[in-house]
Design a protein around this ligand. Structure first.
Ligand SMILES: Nc1ncnc2c1ncn2[C@@H]1O[C@H](COP(=O)(O)OP(=O)(O)OP(=O)(O)O)[C@@H](O)[C@H]1O
Length: 360
């Protein structure tokens, strides 16, 4: 298991730290007690966009709701910018929620209030004076590109515009941390991209830390520099998005990412592959191009090293967390001299490879 354990030096660098956090929902009306989170140790770095991914029911929502005190931990500590959330009284929690904004899948806007008044609401609750509210709301509505819609009601807005209002409202109290709970899951792909661009620019320009949960791998791949994978209430893998997406270790991660990164072999090939070669078989190998190797003409060199028996089956070039990433699936005879020539070539060029199996 790869895991980020906060050391004293990175404690100062983390916006959120989960220290041995568990959450047990007690038994109720015929349901037995349920362990939703089980010993989470994880540090969310300051200033970054971090994604939490996992299957439905893995514990993502529970984890994120612990950060702003919407849930309380059954064991362990959740520390937000140095403050132990479990130790806060009601006034402390109100203060925390000014520091931690949140956006939701279904926007959660008040339908009876205009765009302007929805964004103003957290400031009214915080007792900010009218003039300061006006200044702040005007600039936030402008920041999210809705100046011409400020007097409209939610029902008059598209989904993307509603989420822009949600973002402006979440930023009203100048939080240090923005939590995003499936914020683009109800939006079409084009609108999703525009919301992700907005979140990216807010992260970059305001230095706001973003922690998002999503079942959409594209979202993480597009904007998150860090990712953690949660499965049955445990963090099973975490690290730089590029590393986790290009070299997933855990089976859960591989399944989650299979459609989002690299090239998937057609089923008619992958279902027939064996772990060891028989006479006359070919080796099916995935070549991964990243960093410098993404820009080198290695396919032609591989063809020269293997000869005319090299078969290129599938390929794609992609970008993960802003870094280029290419993947090519090739096949060649699994004969000893051919395999050793290929191995020598991979060693010489530093290409990352994965033997998918052997078959005809
Ligand atoms: N208040 C509750 N009482 C009892 N069980 C709960 C409660 N809230 C969540 N759970 C259970 O805890 C588990 C984790 O739920 P959670 O909503 O955190 O998962 P998730 O990864 O966000 O899933 P999804 O992507 O489907 O929203 C689920 O099995 C859920 O049924």
């Amino acid at each position: 298991m790869t895991n980020i354990t906060a050391s004293p030096s990175d404690a100062a660098q983390s916006m959120v730290r989960f220290d041995g956090v568990s959450k047990v929902f007690p038994a109720s009306s015929g349901r037995s007690a349920f362990i939703a989170l089980d010993g989470i140790d994880y540090a969310v770095p300051k200033g970054a966009i971090t994604g939490i991914i996992g299957r439905s029911g893995a514990g993502k929502s529970t984890l994120i709701r612990l950060v702003n005190g919407l849930e309380t931990a059954s064991a362990g500590k959740v520390v937000v910018d140095g403050v132990d959330v479990g130790g806060l009284d009601a006034a402390g929690l109100r203060g925390l929620r000014r520091q931690v904004g949140m956006i939701f899948q279904h926007f959660n806007l008040l339908s009876s209030r205009t765009v302007y008044d929805n964004v103003a609401l957290p400031l009214e609750i915080a007792g900010v004076d009218r003039q300061s509210i006006d200044r702040r709301v005007t600039s936030l509505v402008d920041l999210v590109g809705l100046s011409d819609r400020a007097r409209r009601y939610p029902a008059e807005l598209s989904g993307g515009q509603k989420q822009r209002v949600g973002i402006a409202r979440a930023l009203a109290t100048e939080p240090k941390l923005l939590l995003s709970d499936e914020a683009t899951s109800a939006l079409d792909p084009e609108t999703t991209q525009s919301i992700l661009e907005l979140l990216k620019s807010i992260n970059r320009d305001l230095g706001l830390t973003v922690l998002l949960i999503t079942h959409e791998m594209e979202v993480v791949k597009t904007i998150a520099s860090q990712v953690a994978v949660i499965d049955k209430g445990k963090i099973v893998e975490s690290g730089r998005t590029f590393d986790v997406f290009t070299r997933p270790v855990q089976e859960t991660t591989k399944i989650l990412l299979s459609a989002a990164s690299g090239v998937k072999l057609p089923d008619w090939i992958s279902s027939d592959l064996k772990p060891a070669p028989s006479a006359g078989d070919r080796a099916f190998v995935r070549l991964i191009f990243m960093g410098e190797t993404a820009f080198k003409p290695l396919t032609a060199q591989l063809a020269a090293a293997i000869g005319p028996d090299l078969n290129i089956l599938a390929g794609a070039i992609d970008e993960i967390a802003g870094e280029p990433f290419g993947s090519l699936v090739v096949a060649y005879p699994a004969e000893p001299d051919m395999l050793s020539r290929a191995e020598a070539f991979y060693a010489r060029t530093g290409l990352t490879t994965e033997v998918l199996g052997y078959g005809a």
